[in-house]
Design a protein around this ligand. Structure first.
Ligand SMILES: Nc1ncnc2c1ncn2[C@@H]1O[C@H](COP(=O)(O)OP(=O)(O)OP(=O)(O)O)[C@@H](O)[C@H]1O
Length: 306
């Protein structure tokens, strides 16, 4: 593993208040990394420090081996950032917005055309480059911002809730571009999202709560560790089912005429139930979800208002 982001014993205080408390984690080069947590967990503080906007209180934060406090210029060249609030100039065309960014990054004039064509092609906006930003849909604006974040060819792209407020179809498209960047360009993607189904398709997830990293693993490992599958069973012979479940030490609850059984090993549960199958009138299996993982770890929904 080649870690492109290395965070070691990072602490950030606002006055006496500890917003981030001694966290450590790595992000592998070329991976898609999701950074999750309830409101106030410390995500923005961490991202803003990684992006050289905030100063750390203590610890070491490296991007591509460069120290975010002491080598700000090098770090800024290595990262692209797309924040939630649009910073595009609506009164300019897509092309003009991108050109302005080239100036900002001191990209030599002779390279500007090639770079604009390249990044617009990545997000499928080649035919729209002369359009005014004000005339674009929300999804297109987000794609322009992603293109702009890539104009200086960064190794890491930070995306703060890249799909919030977009309809499901547009969200799916944005994800296609994100995955393309990872696969074809080996760009490391560091993103926040409150859509659990999006977190689930990332390579690694870190969950932050109360200023600490409370879980850090692959989505598969987190689901395996923190969720159980559930079976909902209706039977013609309740007495026999209860006896069977008790004999096999399987806990159940009964509600509205069905039995709910939670199982770490679904195969085993189905094997046990096979002897009862002629009595079963209905059975429904629900796999553990990433929402369950988040709830189990933090005790909170991803968005309290959701
Ligand atoms: N400038 C500041 N001064 C004082 N406290 C702050 C400041 N910025 C953030 N905090 C506090 O630090 C904690 C972490 O905030 P942060 O914005 O990093 O959380 P977050 O996980 O990004 O939350 P959200 O999802 O709501 O953006 C919160 O308790 C917040 O109130």
């Amino acid at each position: 593993m080649n870690p492109i982001i290395q965070v070691k014993n990072f602490t950030k205080k606002y006055g006496d208040f500890v917003a981030v408390n001694n966290i450590s984690f790595d992000v592998e080069e070329g991976s898609v990394f999701a950074f999750l947590g309830p409101n106030g967990a410390g995500k923005s503080t961490t991202i803003n420090t990684l992006c050289t906007i905030f100063e750390k209180t203590s610890g070491t934060l490296l991007i591509d081996g460069k120290d975010v406090s002491r080598q700000k210029g090098e770090v800024r060249s290595a990262i692209g950032v797309v924040f939630q609030d649009s910073t595009l100039d609506a009164k300019m065309t897509i092309e003009e917005n991108l050109k302005m960014h080239c100036v900002f990054y001191n990209i030599p004039n002779r390279e500007v055309e090639e770079r604009i064509s390249f990044v617009l092609n990545l997000v499928d906006l080649t035919g729209e480059r002369k359009k005014m930003v004000s005339a674009l849909s929300g999804g297109m604006k987000r794609r322009v911002e992603i293109a702009r974040g890539l104009i200086h060819y960064p190794k890491v792209l930070f995306l703060d809730e890249p799909t919030t407020g977009l309809d499901p179809q547009t969200r799916a498209h944005i994800w296609e571009y994100i995955m393309k960047l990872q696969k074809e360009r080996n760009i490391t993607i560091f993103l926040t999202t409150h859509y659990m189904e999006e977190a689930e398709i990332c390579n690694k997830i870190a969950i932050m709560d109360g200023g600490e990293i409370v879980a850090h693993d692959t989505p598969y490992a987190l689901k395996k560790k923190y969720t159980k599958d559930k079976a909902y069973i209706n039977t013609k012979n309740e007495e026999a089912l209860e006896l069977l479940l008790s004999e096999h030490h399987l806990d159940y609850t009964k509600k509205d005429g069905y039995y709910k059984v939670e199982a770490e090993h679904l195969d085993r549960l189905l094997e046990v139930l096979s002897v009862h199958k002629e009595h079963i009138t209905n059975i429904e299996i629900k796999k553990g979800t990433f929402n369950d993982v988040f709830l189990e770890i933090t005790g909170k929904k991803i968005r309290e208002e959701a």
